[in-house]
Each structure stands twice: as structure tokens, then as C-alpha cells.
Write a protein that binds this ligand. Sequence first.
Ligand code: ATP
Length: 451
Amino acid sequence: MSENEKEEQKPAGPPQDLKDMADLVSLCKRRGFVFPSSEVYGGINACWDYGPLGIELKRNVKERWWRAMVDREDVEGLDAAILMHPKVWEASGHVAGFVDPLVDCKKCKSRFRADKIDAEAMKSKKCPECGGELTEPRQFNLMFRTFMGPLEDAASVVYLRPETAQGIYVNFLNVQQSTRKKVPFGIAQIGKAFRNEITPGNFIFRTREFEQMEMQFFVKPGTDVEWFERWKQTRIEWHLANGIRKNKLRFHEHGAGELAHYAKAAFDIEYEFPFGWQELEGIHNRTDFDLGRHQQFSGKKLEYFDEEHRERYLPYIVETSAGCDRTLLVALADAYRFDGERVWLALHPHLAPYKVAVYPLMKKPELKEYTETVYADLKKNFRVTTDEAGSIGKRYRRQDEIGTPFGVTIDYDTLSNHTVTVRHRDSMAQERVSTDKLSGYIQDKIHNWEK
Ligand code: ATP
């Protein structure tokens, strides 16, 4: 073992969690996870671009969600258009009711959502920022409007969808009839949604353009309460399986005042961010509200016919609605660790952009050649990267910061005995493993991964 490797085994102190979002924002920019959108023009408020590592992480999040939701006998996938018939949004209640109460400070011009500021501040009409006078709340519709075709008149108004769910409801019978699915079954979709949020912020937590991962499960009325419970459990377990720490997740039940117009029951899965407990995913019992409204507004029957019992009914819907960007933010925020000197992302290997980094201990041709062979071999099974710049300690640190769980170092002993050093990101422990067992060894560690 080289001096560098010995040195690197000592943690500087106990691991600390992320305390300040600014540390994560700067890591994400520095290492290519997330960049401010249109940065050369000074950025555009609340829009973000995913860089090379961010997109890998995002794809991993989506792939895990898709496989968990759609690789079941009772769920099918869908990809509906972002632009929909404008009547959809009348039926859904969004034209009339997708509004947030907006208040402005007359003095400092800050803008707030009246429902998100302190009750005291609202009562006294005092700005929480500067104490200035607040305006009366005004209702502000969050949907982005645009025009379809060359005429910019009222008849050509269309909306950028504020949720993916409606594309699922209006396709309920298309999917049911084409797949010959029987109720209970679900339809899952991942896609962009747009909301003209009054107070976006906290990095990618609340943005104006984001991706949702939604699943609508159609059930026979009367079985909805049981399915609701099942989906609550299934969804929280999914977040745990992504390695999110249990004590950072909780359910929050919507009280009578909080319930949306369509919901019979609603629970949020919340995560404890550095800025407090916040919603990550919503699980809603939407009753037959959605299908009922689309049936009413379209004039088309959307009932399900149960052939076995010869009965027709409008199914109830249990919805699970997660933000993809928010899930990614949770993964990063939960994984961020600092020991006083070293920063690392303790990402679950399934989410990590790279699973393995392979390095020659020194820039010597014989070590580089061996490294290339190991690299090519590992690449058959994993996303691998390599790095030969700087001391081995520095290279480990660079991979720690992007959450690569395993480092593999090729040194002079490798040439004689065909063993390599495997270095573990979280513990910094090192082991010698023979090259012919390396792939299996890593596979095994990922499979049996524990926090
Ligand atoms: P809030 O009341 O905080 O605005 P919501 O209750 O309207 O949010 P839902 O409509 O239930 O949110 O959306 C489902 C999920 O979509 C949320 O749990 C969140 O993960 C994600 N989401 C909603 N709005 C945004 C946004 N502006 N930016 C990023 N993700 C969002």
C-alpha cells in the first residue's frame, strides 16, 4: 500500500449532514450535476439545466421509478402530449381553481404566497422580510398559457400542462381497451409539467418547469381505502430502497382544510431538507372526480364495464405523484456528507452516476495498460470512469464528491499477482481483490448494499 493510500484512510472527523443548501448548489455546479439555465445571460429565475452527471442521476431515478411501477402485472405505461385540448383544464378544475393567493410588499416589493407565510404576518398584513405593508391577496392562476396556430386570440389559447395526470385520465379507456386490463389497474407516466410558481426557489425544489412521475390506479369504489393504504406503503418503501434515510422521511396527512377539491384522503411523503420538512410525493384518493368531470365535459362515457359481474361504473382513482427533480434533490441532499475535510455523496450505487472508477497508481505505461484492461472488463457490467491526474488521494476525493461508490487502483503488485485495491467511498476501507473476481465482487456489494 502506498503512502498516499495509507494517509487517505483516516477520516478527519465524524460525518456531518448537509446544513446549507449553498454547499450543494456549488457542488452541483462545480461537478456538472446542475447548472443555472441560460447562465451566460445571467440565468432565468427557477430554471435549471442538468449537466453530464445530473442527467445520469436523473435517468437512474426515472429508470428505478419506471421499473418499480411498470414492471408489475397491474400497471401500464403512457407518454401523453404536453399540450392538450383546453377543455381538459376546465374539466380538471385548473382554469377556475389552480390558483395561489399572491401578496406583495408595497415597500420592498417582495412577493409571497399568502398560504405559505406566517399566520401572524398575514393577520397583521406585515411583510415577513421588511415589516412593510402587504397588499390584499390576489388569486393568481399558475398555468402557463400560449397560443396554438398563428392567431393569438381567445379561441387558440392552450396551456402547458401543470401536471401529467390529466393525460392519463383522458386515456383511461384507450389503455384499458387496448391492453384488455381489468380494474384494478394503473397507468404510469413520466413527463414535464409547468407551473408559473409565485415563489419558486430552494434550488431545484420548486421550479417553473419540472418533471413528474405519476401513477393513477383505477379501482372499484369501495376498495379505494385499501388500495390507498397499499400504495402509501409501496411508495415510501421505494424511497427507502433508494437509500434515503428512514428518519428523514415521514408521512403528513392533509387535514380537512388542506384537502384538494377532488380528494377524499391525501398523504404527503415528506423529507427533512436543511430548510425544513417538505413534500416530496403526494398520495391521493381522488374518488371518481376526474373521470366524472371528463365524462361530463366531453360528453363521452368513461365508465368501465366489468364483464364478470356484468356491471358498469366509474372507477375511483388512487394517485401517486412524485416530482422527479425533487426526488433527485432528496437523493443529493440526503447523500451529502462532510467530515471537516472530505466531502462525499453517499449515494446508493443504483443512483450513482458512476459505479466504479479505475486508476493506475502512477502514470506508468505498464500500469496504464493494465488499467485499460480492467476498465474494459468492468465496463461490460457497470458505468465506469477513469482518472490519472494528480495523487491517488486527490483522485479518490474527486470521485467521492460525485458519489462513485468504488475505486479500483492498479499498482505494481497488480502486475505480479493480479490483485487490485478496491477502495470504498463511505468507509474509505481498502481491500485487495483478484482481478478475475472483481466484477462479481462489485456486483455482490451493490446487491447487498446497506447504508
Ligand atoms: P405545493 O402545494 O407545494 O405547490 P402541490 O401539493 O401542488 O405542491 P402536487 O400538485 O401534489 O404538488 O405535485 C406532486 C409532486 O410534484 C410534488 O410532490 C412535487 O414533488 C412535484 N412538484 C410540484 N410542483 C413542483 C415544482 N414547482 N417544482 C418541482 N417539483 C414540483
